[in-house]
Write a protein that binds this ligand. Structure first.
Ligand code: G3I
Length: 575
């Protein structure tokens, strides 16, 4: 346990850079921009005993401008990265609003004395009565001399409490491979102890071969429901089954696909795809029940009254989650609701997500329900918003069980320090996470291979991540063809596809062969998952057993008594 704890500790211990970060020294709020403490610019600040932590928060009222905000500055180091966070509770709503949005804004002064402003995060759904998390992260320019942080709500009439603020430096990963390898060993592997006994039939020439047949960590991809079932697309299918154990239908389970006009029922295609995949031992995620972004809501819903829409939503839960009950262990519930709020607006119900989670849970209590969003690790703007959304729905008792981090990267260089920081930030919610839609849009297959490798090492080494789903693999069927792992009519792996397979089916799989003697203890440190072990005599299989390696390790005694040259298969499920 101690070893695990030490291995997972961050490499740099964080130091708080704000003065009176918890607003408990109530005499410090009345400063001005020169004294280095809190200052209320274009607003009034007084202590409040309604606090998030400590003894007080600051109450911000009388905001004279939309940028009126409590603020503090600090001196950063150029080229270093910082994380910013605080808790906010709004005290009122502007007329016609069901919630408000808060932006965390930085004013960065360069060496020439000029300032530039950067918005580093937006938390969109602040409701009165609840503490919400705001903040973001930022990579300082080389010449940054001074940084001032502001917490802004566009409507000046909205008053708020702010508490538990923090600015910390984000640690730099100097060597990603060596930084992650210890954690990968601790988290993803365990011991297999094997002893061969009663070897009276074959006194010498024995070998034990350990073959990993499945992975506890989920590796999967989005697939096209038609291509994965249609016999014309055998190469597409072969690539999938050769690489992955999990699937998600890219589009066929979406509401707009299943019910493009009201009452139409397109369940046959997704059903065929789900059944085909499951019959081949693939586990399938459900994506998605509802989609909060208006662009992806079927047009027929936009004309419905609130009550007719709600009725259609009840039916949708039955037609999707209920219909596939027992077949889809994951469902994305209100997809991308950090970036949209179609159903909340149409129904005038800011808590519609909570209703969705509860209904979906009733329809299939064993499915794990997800929030699923983009720009959570690939950009700085949605990390804290996503964390806040999760914390909020959990606080309301919704059966949210997992966090889905999409992970769509564009062609820019990837900052792995920030990706790791953002994963850690979201992990504070306390739920396990899946990388649900990984792709990297890079036309250069070699730099793309390097980026996929580094991201996979980061994800595989993170204690909260349980699986990684690619958002497609073939350029003939990819929303961003340059992100593909395989190209052309023959679905030929490119450099990125080869690298990914080398990692997920090579470096991170256990396949070993050892000569053994009667009574000898053989120890193999294996990746967690399903296994077949074969005992061979002079190359012929004389015994086969199967087991699952999990958190408890495996002690296996293989008795050869009675085994001649006829193979025997035993199933042992351990840990
Ligand atoms: O099937 C029709 C085809 O018949 C028609 O000829 C063609 C002409 O445009 O359109 C085809 O449908 C397209 C469909 O993908 C299948 O390729 C839609 O227009 C197109 O809008 C749709 O885009 C999908 C998009 O979500 C919207 O649903 C992408 O394939 C899919 O990769 C993308 O996936 C999303 C996730 O669901 C959520 N997160 C972001 C991710 C990427 O945008």
């Amino acid at each position: 346990m101690l070893v695990l704890w030490v291995t997972l500790l961050p490499t740099v211990l964080s130091v708080e850079l704000l003065k009176d970060a918890d607003f408990d020294s109530t005499s410090t709020y009345g400063g001005d921009e020169t004294d280095g403490g809190w200052w209320c610019v274009q607003c009034d600040a007084v202590p409040s005993t309604d606090k998030h932590t400590g003894s007080h928060s600051v109450k911000v009222t009388n905001r004279k401008q939309n940028w009126g905000s409590v603020t503090q500055s600090f001196k950063p180091q150029g080229d270093h990265k910082y994380s910013f966070r605080a808790y906010v509770k709004i005290l009122n709503l502007a007329q016609g609003k069901v919630y408000h949005s808060m932006e965390t804004l930085l004013e960065i002064k360069g060496s020439n004395g000029n300032s530039k402003y950067e918005q580093i995060g937006t938390t969109p759904h602040l409701r009165p009565g609840s503490w919400h998390i705001v903040g973001g992260d930022y990579h300082m320019p080389n010449d940054a001399q001074e940084v001032r942080v502001y917490f802004q709500i566009s409507e000046p009439q909205v008053n708020y409490l702010l508490d538990t603020a923090s600015v910390e430096e984000i640690p730099h990963i100097t060597d990603l491979k060596s930084d992650t390898s210890g954690r990968i060993d601790t988290l993803r592997k365990n011991n297999i102890n094997i002893k061969v006994t009663n070897n009276n039939v074959n006194p010498s020439g024995l070998t034990v071969e350990v073959h990993q047949t499945s992975s506890e960590f989920g590796w999967g991809s989005a697939v096209d429901a038609n291509d994965i079932t249609d016999s014309q697309h055998k190469k597409y299918q072969d690539y999938f089954y050769d690489n992955f154990e999990w699937a998600v239908l890219e589009n066929a389970l979406k509401w707009y696909s299943m019910e493009p006009s009201q009452g139409q029922d397109n369940v046959a295609l997704p059903e065929k795809a789900v059944d085909t995949l499951r019959s081949k031992g693939i586990t399938v995620r459900g994506h998605n029940i509802f989609w909060a972004v208006a662009q992806w809501v079927p047009n027929w819903q936009k004309q419905l009254s609130a009550s007719a829409l709600k009725q259609a939503m009840v039916k949708r839960v039955t037609d999707s989650v209920g219909h596939f009950k027992g077949k889809l262990p994951h469902w994305d519930v209100n997809n991308e609701n950090v970036h949209g709020d179609f159903y909340a607006q149409q129904l005038h119900d800011p808590d519609i997500s909570i209703w969705m989670f509860n209904e979906a849970h009733k329809a299939a209590p064993n499915s794990l329900l997800f929030l699923n969003d983009y720009n959570v690790v690939s950009q700085n703007d949605a990390t804290v918003a996503f964390e806040d959304e999760a914390q909020y729905v959990l606080g309301k008792g919704a059966p949210l069980k997992r966090l889905g981090i999409q992970s769509h990267f564009n062609g820019q260089p990837i900052d792995y320090d920030l990706v790791k920081h953002r994963l850690d930030e979201v992990a504070r919610v306390g739920l396990k996470m899946w990388i649900t839609e990984l792709d990297i849009d890079d036309w250069n297959e070699n730099t793309k291979a390097d980026k996929y490798e580094s991201l996979l090492r980061l994800y595989f080494s993170h204690p909260s991540v349980e699986g990684v789903m690619f958002w497609g693999y073939w350029d003939g069927r990819h929303w961003r063809p340059n992100a593909a792992l395989a190209n052309g009519q023959n679905v030929t792996p490119n450099a990125a596809g080869r690298r990914v397979k080398q990692l997920i089916k090579g470096e991170w799989r256990t396949n070993e062969s050892h000569p053994v003697r009667e009574g000898q203890n053989l120890r193999v440190r294996g990746f967690k998952g399903g296994y077949t072990v074969q005992v061979k005599h002079n190359g012929n299989i004389i015994k086969t057993e199967q087991f699952t390696l999990g958190d408890n390790g495996v002690d296996l005694t293989i008795s050869l008594s009675g085994s001649g040259s006829n193979p025997q298969v035993n199933n042992i499920l351990v840990g």
